[in-house]
Design a protein around this ligand. Sequence first.
Ligand code: HEC
Ligand code: HEC
Length: 325
Amino acid sequence: MKKTFIEPTRLIVSALMLMAAAACGPGQQSSSVGANSATSLAWPRPDPATLADSPHKQEVLYGEALVRRTYALVGPRVANAAMRYSGNNLACGSCHLDGGRQRYALSLIGAADAYPRNMARENSVQTLEQRINGCFERSMNGRALPTGSREMTAIVAYIRFLSDAAPAGLEGRGAPAVHLLQRAADPGRGAAVYSARCAVCHGANGQGARSADGSGYTYPPLWGEDSFNDGAGMHRIITAANFIRANMPYGTTFESPVLTEEEAFDVAAYINTQPRPHRSGLDRDYPDRGRKPVDAPFPPYADHFSQREHTFGPWTSMQQGQPPR
Ligand code: HEC
Ligand code: HEC
């Protein structure tokens, strides 16, 4: 039997949350996604278990395990200190939901075909391996896997396997863009959203809940020392709001968001004003300042808007590069 890694309690709480949300009324259903004709194509659910037995299958399965149970294989508590690449006990799958297979939940389906590509953060062409290491160093608050290592090769093989299942032009990576607010995102209002909608799983203190065996998390932390660092994509309020609106509370999909757009921005602002690990040298990101995303929460900037304005918005009047994709 294939292990799903999602504990039943999680599903029950999700179902209750969704029922509660539905009972509260329709809410705002606007989404920029429906406009895209590519969404009518079927979304694949590639499963490595279906591959014929071969060394390739073993490699793809190891890659899947690294994505779903990162903490157990290369996390900060693994026995072999040389294998501690991730600095926190998250999994890649904490954000790339269902091991990167869920549409608009930062899906990795299609990602293999999107690289190498020219990225704003480095202002240079980046390989898939470099992009993966961007998440190791920031989202996982750890260090880069060596290119050519068994682990990097396996993660790439898994993402390639996922991507081979997608017809060309199928969209579903990232998360749908929420309309930018005309006001600044408000962490105070976000605190109320957090208590009402998030704390039941992620905890009032944001530290989530460990899984029964104490290795990873049933509900991952959203801030604190075991969370993503301040250089991560999730630490940008627009990026976080897009992800949260389409995917949280857990069980939500982009087709029927539970939070309003305002709630998504405010709760993202709340989460991202809590303490978390600091990454040094952020001023060297986006060396071409004109390509810096408007919501990059750290200076320097090419324009006269303050760090506070860039962090919280309103972003609509800023002339800098829009967030990538
Ligand atoms: C805290 C959340 C988080 C975690 C944990 C995380 N990522 Fe990411 N990842 C992101 C975000 C946000 C993006 C940017 C998505 C976008 O550009 O829309 C991203 C982008 C990526 C991309 C590029 C995808 C694309 O569509 O271009 C890859 C590949 C990737 N991550 C791999 C990984 C791997 C492998 C791990 C585990 C080692 C990991 N990520 C852990 C949040 C996370
Ligand atoms: C029903 C439980 C539940 C609720 C309610 C919930 N989440 Fe989550 N959340 C999860 C789970 C589970 C994951 C990780 C998914 C995985 O590991 O497969 C997650 C992952 C996340 C992540 C990415 C991982 C990380 O640690 O940063 C963010 C951000 C997040 N949730 C924000 C929120 C916000 C904001 C709310 C409230 C609007 C919320 N969640 C409500 C269960 C929940």
